[in-house]
Design a protein around this ligand. Sequence first.
Ligand SMILES: [Zn+2]
Length: 237
Amino acid sequence: MSLYCGIACRRKSFWCYRQLSTYVTKTRYLFELKEDDDACKKAQQTGAFYLFHNLAPLLQKSGHQYLAPQHSLLELERLLGKFGQDSQRIEDSVLIGCSEQQEAWFALDLGLNSSSSINASLQKPEVEKELTGSFTELRKALYQLNVKDASLLSTAQALLRWHDTHQFCSRSGQPTKKNMAGSKRVCSSNQIIYYPQMAPVVITLVSDGTRCLLARQSFFPKGMYSALAGFCDIGLS
Ligand SMILES: [Zn+2]
């Protein structure tokens, strides 16, 4: 028995070590891409892109589930070319993560107009038809995605929204420019660096031990309920 436990513990500690090692390797790689524009641009060559239109991700329905299709850089360039867009638009994409094999993942919104981009937004129906999917409101599809895609698309949407609403410096009013990964924006006039915001939230589950209190909003899909949540104000404790 003790021998068995010893083997199990060693296996578990090996598994923990491997998980930790993978996490550290991925974090280092992502950090490098956030700091080095050239490395990030290179990572786009072999990376995968998730597409959005006005912050709604492109999804494909598969039975009761949604799938989030990935596109390669080549496919994206072909798509933009087909709709008369410059491939420079790809520079509006943001880094959202990477696989264990260090395949970088990016998100690009084809509907939002960035101040630095001369491109007009792509028409939604035409793109949907071309990519055989639909740009779907994320909150409605969240529970019909797998855990990895739900997390990744939530990160992507938050980051894309932050860039869309922080295109100008709050001190000088001049345009800010994102770095390649989209981990920050810099004002060229006074060099102020802006980083994406974190918004602390609290989620509570009210329970009497056997039952719990859930709520729903009218736009939730049928059968969807959630625990009660809210944002924390400054100074709240
Ligand atoms: Zn400024």
